[in-house]
Design a binder for this molecule. Structure first.
Ligand code: PMP
Length: 413
């Protein structure tokens, strides 16, 4: 028996849908140990927005390692961190008129969510946090408490910290009066609802099935938070770093969250790094109050800096992402129109083909794998085929991948 089945926990998942042993990867291509190539429409679940081993980033990383740059330094000041912070301010914050302090809460997206939830409770002195149907914020207990997925919550094994669930935009197919009902509950002393500390939201729910919030809905949510002194936390772990077009996914709505969670593609190289962006007036942490061994991944600072310099010095990537997203949306819409029980939704390079009959999504993704294409499912019933290639995918690769995907879907009608 392979070492994976013999030794690895039953919790493993991706290796089941894609039963091969991967070895090398460049750009939008992965190769297994037998030399088979796979086109990647998945991009590390959003952690590889610039593809595998992007050459500009690899050069910087190899140079840094060659000169024995610091690899581990807790949250010491380092030259790699300084370059990253300076570049982040110059290319990300300043051009968008944003003023945030930067916390490095640990290596993963869930670490950023945990720090955001803790800080919001500390700032407001209140406990409940509002989250949304189908939300996904991570697997640690605090993040799981604001996650909507029943299967993931079921794995917790213990009661989860107090959270309030609200319907995400379009949960009731547009029939719900936006926020009025919720505001009434907030104001009603008989509702049993304590005033929440914060609202945590994804602008597009990635794991939840590519559910897209309208900009006006996000603006309404932001105004609701302001009216009741609740902090607005945008979890941009999956949709940030250009996935929906602009660097931050909330830019289109013109809102300024109190706290932003970033991870996945911020290192640009698949190296673990996460950031919590905090409005300066809310940065009331005491020194050392939220610490951890892996807060400062210096090789990740090096690749993150190179990623910003390579891809965010102008708006070319944003424009090409929006154009490619529209292209995919059109192709998927044609595919859906030519078959039964399918619909399409998405923004930028996060697009989903939704199957009324949930198991068809998994079958289509398996058929795609058999044709050399990696596509992941998402949604509460795994009913959505999630098309999330690297933002740097070439037009030729995109065309080939879409043809393979269409063939895969048609093969299991
Ligand atoms: N928030 C969102 C929106 C995510 O998509 C994810 C991961 N899929 C997380 C948080 C958790 O990130 P991590 O897996 O790195 O802990």
């Amino acid at each position: 028996m392979e070492i994976f089945e013999a030794l690895e926990s039953e919790v493993r998942s991706y290796c089941r849908g894609w039963p091969t042993v991967f070895d090398t990867a460049t750009g939008s291509s992965m190769t297994d140990e037998d030399g088979n190539a796979y086109l990647d429409f998945f991009a590390g679940a959003g952690a590889l927005n610039y593809g595998h081993n992007p050459p500009e980033l690899k050069r910087e990383l190899l140079g840094y390692l060659a000169r024995d740059g610091v690899t581990h330094g807790l949250d010491m000041s380092t030259t790699a961190k300084r370059r990253f912070l300076e570049t982040f301010r110059r290319l990300v914050l300043a051009p968008r008129g944003l003023d945030y302090k930067v916390q490095f809460p640990g290596p993963t997206g869930a670490n950023s969510v945990e720090s955001a939830l803790k800080l919001a409770r500390k700032v407001t002195g209140r406990e409940p946090v509002v989250s949304f149907t189908n939300a996904f914020h991570g697997m640690s207990l605090g993040a799981l408490a604001v996650t909507g997925n029943a299967m993931k919550r079921g794995g917790a094994g213990v009661p989860l910290a107090h959270a309030v669930t609200m319907p995400f935009d379009n949960y009731f197919d547009g029939r719900m009066p936006d926020f009025l009902w919720f505001e009434r509950l907030l104001l009603d002393s008989g509702s049993g609802l304590d005033l929440p500390a914060a609202v945590i939201v994804e602008t597009v729910q990635g794991e939840g099935g590519i559910n897209v919030a309208r900009p006006e809905w996000l603006r309404g949510l932001s105004e609701l938070c302001a009216r009741h002194d609740m902090l607005l936390i945008v979890d941009d772990v999956q949709m940030g770093c250009g996935r929906t077009g602009p660097f931050f996914s909330f830019e289109e709505a013109g809102i300024t969250p109190d706290i932003v969670c970033l991870s996945k593609s911020i290192s640009g190289y698949g190296l673990p790094l996460s950031l919590t962006l905090i409005k300066p007036e809310h940065d009331i942490w005491e020194p050392g109050e939220h610490n951890g061994t892996f807060r400062g991944n210096n090789p990740a600072f090096v690749t993150a800096t190179a990623a910003l310099e390579t891809f965010w010095a102008d708006d070319a990537l944003e424009r090409s992402t929006l154009a490619k997203g529209e292209w995919i949306n059109n192709e998927l819409s044609a595919l859906a129109a030519g078959g039964e029980g399918m619909s399409v939704r998405g923004r930028g390079l996060a697009q989903g083909l939704v199957f009324e009959q949930a198991d068809r999504a998994g079958k289509a993704c398996r058929a795609a794998f058999d044709r050399g294409l990696l596509v992941e499912t998402s949604g509460p019933e795994s009913e959505v085929a999630k098309i999330m290639p690297a933002l740097t995918i070439t037009d030729a690769e995109l065309e080939r991948g879409l043809a393979l995907f269409a063939d895969a879907v048609r093969s299991c009608q």
